[in-house]
Write a new protein. Structure first.
Length: 198
């Protein structure tokens, strides 16, 4: 049977009672002092269940996914980042810089450039409502900048990877050192502190 997965956040580390198909909200919390845990919620075609964890099982918090701010709900509080994802080295670097700024920055969130280009009203609205808009192009073609201008989105910070001394090459093999160095420079220019180990 094909399964799709989502995550739900629950105030418990152990579950002593399985969820019934008809009532997926019946959970027994235990050990109130324990940390919040995200329990894998399995959606079946025939209904909804949650896996039972046995009494002594612990959850490794480091292995749980990091949840990002919901950009269409929190745009006014966020630096929204639109990046290139072109099929060359600088496009890949641009995208990875956006990912790093999102994961290690403060109040920054990568948003979908192609959705704006496709005319998605929700994504265009995110750009209009953003606290600040950061654009990261790969090369001098500046496709991301053009997409934003066409959508009428005001750009607060406009960067291009080749301006950082990186040559455009027909490869997707990139240097993580380049990604980090450029992310640090962009963070400094926009006044964003990155939580990274150097």
């Amino acid at each position: 049977m094909k399964r799709s997965f989502t995550w739900i956040e629950l105030d418990l580390v152990r579950i002593s009672k399985k969820l019934s198909r008809r009532n997926p909200a019946t959970l027994e919390p235990m050990d109130k002092g324990l940390k919040m845990v995200k329990i894998l919620n399995v959606l079946l075609n025939t209904g909804q269940r949650c896996y039972e964890m046995n009494e002594t099982e612990k959850v490794d918090m480091e292995k749980l996914p990091k949840f990002l701010p919901i950009c269409h709900k929190e745009a006014e509080k966020l630096y929204i980042i639109f990046t290139c994802s072109g099929a060359a080295s600088v496009g890949e670097i641009g995208h990875e810089v956006g990912v790093l700024l999102t994961n290690a920055g403060q109040s920054a969130r990568l948003c979908c450039t192609t959705a704006v280009a496709a005319g998605s009203k929700m994504h265009i609205d995110i750009g209009h409502r953003a606290k600040k808009v950061i654009v990261i192009n790969g090369c001098p073609m500046k496709c991301v900048t053009k997409v934003m201008k066409k959508a009428g989105i005001k750009i607060d910070y406009d960067f291009t990877i080749t301006d950082f001394g990186i040559a455009k090459k027909p490869t997707l093999d990139i240097s993580q050192e380049d990604v980090l160095n450029i992310a640090l420079q962009i963070a400094e220019k926009v006044g964003m502190k990155l939580n990274v180990k150097l």
